[in-house]
Design a protein around this ligand. Structure first.
Ligand code: AR6
Length: 201
């Protein structure tokens, strides 16, 4: 069955669409607010599209910090700076607990600023790959990504979808599920089309 057929079978109307990544792993695409996401009773993580300072900001980062409560920024402050003002360089990832969030962990990563990064697709792929690596090192079984760099950082949605989905497809993953929780209906539609295109055998 190709991915489009899987999508049609799986989309029961709630906008949650599952695609097989392997015999034991699935990619799940859904609309929604990532701060509300968790898989009950599991070791799970949401991904925060942060900035290099890693002390909060606007967009999803602001929403995640508000929902997690003030302990999150305190935990971020304990992450060592690699140079003044930089806790997480672009393309890298750091993990904290989730505090008041439903998810048990937050993996903070920094995507590229599209207009100023010298190689935005390489930086965005690194952000996805390093997030998955940190998740694996911490025995995360379920992980949820937003559309990293597709807000304030200005990455074109279709190009970002190609990088996001192909990087996840190529990662030797043994996660039970990798989710995208997408806030904007436009981005959700683009992601679904891209998954159909890239996950077809
Ligand atoms: N749940 C899911 N997705 C969301 C949510 C949410 N609650 N809120 C926003 N989005 P952005 P970036 C979507 O700007 O482009 C911050 O100030 C949003 O619609 O959050 O990587 C940081 O501190 C968009 O599709 O992240 C950095 O300075 C996607 O999440 C900078 O923004 C990413 O948008 C990072 O910019």
């Amino acid at each position: 069955m190709d991915a489009a057929a899987v999508a049609r079978v799986s989309n029961g109307g709630g906008g949650v669409v599952r695609f097989p990544l392997s015999a034991s792993s699935a990619l799940v695409i859904q609309k929604g607010d990532i701060t509300k996401w968790s898989i009950d009773g599991s070791t799970d993580a949401i991904v925060n599209p942060a900035n290099e300072r890693m002390l909060g900001g606007g967009g999803a980062d602001g929403a995640i910090h508000r929902a997690a409560g003030p302990q999150l920024v305190e935990a971020c402050r304990t992450v060592p700076e690699v140079r003044p003002g930089v806790r997480c360089p672009t393309g890298e990832a750091r993990i904290t607990l989730g505090f008041m969030l439903p998810a048990s962990h937050v993996i903070h990563t920094v995507g590229p600023i599209y207009s100023s990064d010298s190689n935005p697709s390489a930086s965005l792929a690194s952000a996805y790959r390093n997030t998955l690596r940190v998740a694996k090192e911490n025995n995360i079984q379920y992980i949820a990504f937003p559309a990293i760099s597709c807000g304030v950082y200005g990455y074109p949605f279709d190009e970002a979808a190609t990088v996001a989905i192909s990087t996840i497809k190529e990662f030797p993953n043994d996660f039970k599920e990798v989710h995208f929780v997408l806030f904007s209906p436009d981005i959700y539609d683009i992601w679904l089309n891209k998954v159909d295109e890239l996950l077809k055998d």
